[in-house]
Design a binder for this molecule. Structure first.
Ligand SMILES: Nc1ncnc2c1ncn2[C@@H]1O[C@H](COP(=O)(O)OP(=O)(O)O)[C@@H](O)[C@H]1O
Ligand SMILES: O=P(O)(O)O[C@H]1O[C@H](CO)[C@@H](O[C@H]2O[C@H](CO)[C@@H](O)[C@H](O)[C@H]2O)[C@H](O)[C@H]1O
Length: 457
């Protein structure tokens, strides 16, 4: 093992974006090239982890280098690497402001550096020269905000093929949809050109949406207001969120309609329903391995999936968001913006591009209302008054979202649909695994939802 691979072995497992948490490492390899040889030197590392269970994952790690320690960057220090006259200091380049300008300079020029190609959209809108500040919210990737102008999202996990976030934003450019942030460019890196493997997407740059607040923050503030009121109901307190939920439903329907207009669609046949039910069952089997408590619900969940196979609903499959939740939407002064069309980060890229029912996204948002309502019960699980309030808030905002979606799409999608119910259950199963790996103290939120979702039928 080299000094660098040793550093990566120590540092990567604790990073939020690392998707292999809980898996034992068998070996680690890295390949690198320089993106910038001036000050500070910026190197790009492709780190491939092979797990003891045989799987692999390749992650992108940009490092910035100094020949002396920099006090302001102490929190970004990954480690030191010895050389003949002393040591070089390796920093997390995404936290080193001086290193953040390089991405935009290369993008505006449409440069090719080693295996990496920069693809600008409208280069006039790329704020060259501005330094980027890291976005501190917990997320699966790493983002830099450049002033109030642009936001760069670095995709940490490298997978062959165009990232769906870039693909969908690029296609939606033609629609002028008011509910998305326009794409300004992206970069890709060759995997193994000789083997015919397509390049992997490294980052995308989007226009920054100023003066916005994310839906999770707004929704949870509304829940807090309701909890603070002893006697009033959700429609009587100041922070009622229902009007926003309704507008969010309409915005979601508008984005779905434009995605269907510019990307492929296909009427679903009976075999699709059977395949969806089977895949959900398989996901449950895998999830039970990680969260054994799920086995207690397994019979009820399988009954929900079985109902999908016989449902006979009409579904036009299309590209969907794939991981829609309140943290993926921004409320601006004029309305809602939908972000992050990447799908669930744990799914292979090819699966995330498959045509699906838009109800998948409706279910994601309904799950999120449930989370927003109940996450504060984690600390006070035995408070029946709060549990009642949470239920009331979740139901009110679910209905409002569905009303907005139905009015804008002309379909009663939140009606009594076995498919929607199964999607909600399937999402909650996914969340159990996500929480077990990332936030074990929140595991009870999706687990308790599963009890309710299976009891309801
Ligand atoms: N265009 C944008 N304008 C303003 N803020 C944004 C924009 N895109 C993303 N953000 C902020 O960055 C956060 C993470 O972005 P997101 O695309 O959801 O990344 P991830 O895939 O890692 O979850 C969002 O919750 C939002 O607060
Ligand atoms: O990192 P991403 O935004 O792509 O999504 C992952 O992380 C989300 C948490 O940040 C997770 O969402 C779950 O928690 C939310 C509250 O923090 C809640 O609103 C969502 O409904 C719930 O699914 C998401 O599942 C995961 O893919």
């Amino acid at each position: 093992m080299t000094a660098l691979t040793g550093l990566f072995r120590d540092w990567i497992p604790s990073q939020r974006w690392f998707g292999g948490k809980g898996r034992e490492w068998a070996s680690v390899e890295e390949e690198s090239f320089f993106l910038d040889r001036s000050h500070p030197v910026l190197s790009i590392h492709r780190v491939t982890v092979t797990y003891a269970d045989g799987g692999t994952g390749t992650y992108l790690v940009p490092l910035s280098w100094r020949d002396h320690p920099v006090d302001d960057l102490a929190a970004a220090l990954i480690g030191t690497v010895p050389h003949e006259n002393g040591e070089n200091y390796a920093y997390d380049a995404m936290r080193d402001r001086e290193a953040t300008t390089t991405w935009l300079t290369h993008l505006a020029e449409g440069a090719t550096v080693g295996p990496m190609r920069f693809v600008p959209g409208d280069s006039a809108e790329i704020p060259v020269g501005l330094p980027g500040d890291i976005v501190s919210t917990e997320q699966s990737n790493t983002s830099l905000v450049y002033g109030q102008e642009a936001i760069l999202k670095l995709f940490r996990r490298l997978e062959p093929g165009l990232n769906p976030d870039v693909e969908v934003h690029d296609a939606l450019r033609r629609t002028d949809n008011p509910h998305i942030a326009p794409l300004l460019g992206y970069a890709e890196i060759d995997h193994d050109r000789d083997a015919g493997t397509p390049p992997a997407t490294v980052f995308m740059l989007q226009r920054f949406v100023p003066n916005a607040s994310d839906g999770w923050r707004l929704a949870t503030a509304s829940v807090r207001d309701l909890y603070a009121e002893g006697d009033l109901h959700a429609d009587e307190v100041g922070g009622d969120f229902a009007a926003d939920s309704e507008r969010l439903g309409a915005a979601t329907a508008s984005v779905h309609a434009d995605m269907a207009a510019v990307l492929p669609t296909e009427e679903a046949g009976r075999d699709w329903f059977a395949a969806v039910a089977r895949q959900m069952g398989e996901r449950l089997d895998a999830a039970i391995e990680v969260v054994p408590q799920l086995a207690d619900h397994a019979d009820g969940l399988r009954a929900v999936y079985a109902a999908v196979a016989d449902s006979g609903e009409r579904v036009v499959r299309q590209r969907v968001h794939g991981d829609l939740h309140l943290g993926q939407v921004l409320r601006t002064t004029t309305g809602w913006i939908v972000l992050d069309f990447e799908g669930e980060p744990a799914r292979p890229l090819a699966d995330r591009r498959v045509l699906d029912s838009p109800l998948r996204d409706v279910a994601g948002m309904l799950r999120s209302f449930d989370y927003a309502a109940r996450h504060m019960l984690v600390e006070q699980p035995g408070d029946p008054q709060r549990a009642y309030r949470a239920q009331e808030w979740a139901e009110r905002n679910r209905s409002a979202f569905c009303a907005g979606y139905a009015a804008a799409s002309g379909t009663d999608s939140c009606g009594d649909s076995p498919l929607l119910r199964a999607f909600e259950v399937d999402k909650a199963v996914y969340e159990c695994v996500y929480e077990a790996r990332n936030r074990p103290h929140w595991l009870m939120i999706p687990l308790q939802s599963l009890s309710r979702l299976t009891a309801a039928g």
